[in-house]
Ligand binder design. Structure first.
Ligand SMILES: [Zn+2]
Ligand SMILES: [Zn+2]
Length: 163
């Protein structure tokens, strides 16, 4: 998972010439509570999950992903931390929270929008006049399982489009 994020982020961050940006997965970052000097971008996306007990798998279009990012313009270094919220199987009583698995295509959509936020917040660029609607792809049937969603349990799960 980390390699997939890094490869796609690397493609986009390469456009910020002269500055070295890195991305890491970090489950300790807190939504809506970025550290001092850090910015936040939060959105939901489509992913699949697989139970490590029974191999049941399920899709969800309501997977919260939180990005915290900061840029040191003197050192020309930027850091992005990503937290992907987990879900657990509803068939197993002892199910554990599982990491989502995103398609490369959907990570690309998230990172494209993240780069827009980075350019605005860290480089002072203006938001693009035409706000491209970047949708993540994937079909889901059935309701969102609140008791099995880590973000719901933390009270931060949203279902917004185009954020
Ligand atoms: Zn299961
Ligand atoms: Zn939820």
């Amino acid at each position: 998972m980390a390699e997939q994020w890094n490869r796609i982020f690397g493609n986009w961050a390469g456009e910020l010439e002269g500055d070295a940006w890195t991305l890491e997965l970090d489950n300790s970052i807190k939504p809506d509570r970025p550290q001092r000097g850090w910015n936040q971008y939060i959105r939901n996306a489509f992913a699949r999950f697989r139970c490590s007990l029974c191999r049941n798998s399920w899709p969800s279009k309501r997977v919260q992903v939180v990005f915290h990012f900061s840029f040191n313009s003197t050192q020309h270094r930027g850091t992005v931390k990503v937290r992907q919220f987990k879900q657990k199987c509803r068939r197993c009583s002892k199910a554990q929270m599982e990491e989502p698995s995103f398609s490369s295509e959907n990570i690309d959509v998230m990172v494209e929008k993240l780069m827009e936020k980075i350019r605005i917040r860290c480089y002072g660029e203006k938001p693009p006049e035409v706000n491209r609607n970047l949708h993540v792809n994937g079909k889901v049937e059935g309701p969102h399982e609140r008791l099995h969603c880590e973000a719901c349990l933390m009270g931060i799960c949203k279902n917004e489009k185009n954020i």
